[in-house]
Design a binder for this molecule. Structure first.
Ligand SMILES: O=C(O)c1ccccc1NCC(=O)[C@H](O)[C@H](O)COP(=O)(O)O
Length: 258
């Protein structure tokens, strides 16, 4: 059987979670008491709505910024006007690490999304302990029951939940435990990004749910159109990370937005 990229990532993630549990990784972490920052509130009140992503590589693009420094780029993003950060913690496919998020945490005062492939409650406890405020649940990677139960558990830990959907049937994954609905413009089979996905699916998100658009956003004018269609947040990675100075690239992007 030939697996698609998401199936390959999830298979690897299952092994990773099992190894983490066996090695007592969670227990080895320093527990820091902190109150979580709300991405939902930040997006409701922010001027830019940009969730700037820290990622070194991706399955679609390969290496983007191999030696990206987590002590500099996330805080640079905050200074440049990011409303929040998305930090890839997957190592195998995105070149990230839990350490990247832990490193960025004390250096910024905006919400951080742990961008990873969550399949097990164990990963929620790790996310909380390393300082994430929000976790991602990808509908395509989960059945409805597991998604609902992971969302419930995340909420009980004080984490916010971003549900990511790609197509209309996944609207059924929206439950009251979901804080934000993200529409991902990237087709996970072809890797092609098309912002039209956000415009089409966005109209179908039930009232009362804050919606964001993810992937393939490279033009500030697209943000203006997405805002007009009711989107409050914009998750952008490659557009900034492909530059030597991602924070400066973000600042230029925001300048055009104003
Ligand atoms: O980016 C990929 O190639 C990818 C492949 C398979 C699953 C997920 C993938 N990306 C995760 C993301 O959702 C993006 O990193 C995020 O939305 C930012 O996208 P972009 O602005 O296009 O870098």
């Amino acid at each position: 059987m030939i697996m698609n990229i998401l199936e390959t990532i999830i298979a690897k993630k299952q092994l990773e979670v099992a190894t983490g549990k066996e090695n007592g990784y969670l227990e080895s972490l320093n527990k820091i008491n902190r109150s979580h920052l709300s991405l939902k509130k930040a997006l409701e009140t922010s001027s830019t709505g940009i969730i700037a992503e820290f990622k070194r590589k991706s399955p679609s693009k390969g290496w983007i910024y191999p030696d990206a420094d987590a002590t500099e780029i996330p805080s640079g993003y905050e200074k440049a006007g990011a409303t929040a950060l998305s930090i890839l913690t997957d190592e195998s496919f995105f070149g990230g690490s839990l350490k990247d998020l832990q490193t960025a945490r004390p250096l910024v005062n905006i919400p951080i999304l742990r961008k990873d492939f969550i399949i097990d409650p164990y990963q929620l406890h790790v996310a909380k302990t390393i300082g994430a405020d929000v976790i991602l649940l990808i509908a395509t990677a989960l059945d409805k029951k597991s998604c609902a139960s992971l969302a419930k558990e995340a909420k009980s830990l004080g984490l916010e939940v971003l549900l990511e959907i790609h197509e209309e049937p996944e609207l059924e994954y929206i439950t009251p435990d979901i804080d934000i609905v993200g529409i991902n413009n990237r087709n996970l089979k072809s890797f092609v990004t098309d912002v039209e996905t956000s415009f089409q699916l966005g109209e179908k998100i039930p009232d009362g749910y804050l919606k964001i658009s993810e992937s393939g956003i490279s033009d500030p004018h697209t943000i203006k159109e997405l805002r007009a269609a009711g989107f409050k947040g914009f998750l952008i990675g490659e557009t900034f990370m492909k530059d030597d100075n991602p924070a400066q690239e973000l600042a230029k992007f925001i300048n055009v937005l104003d």
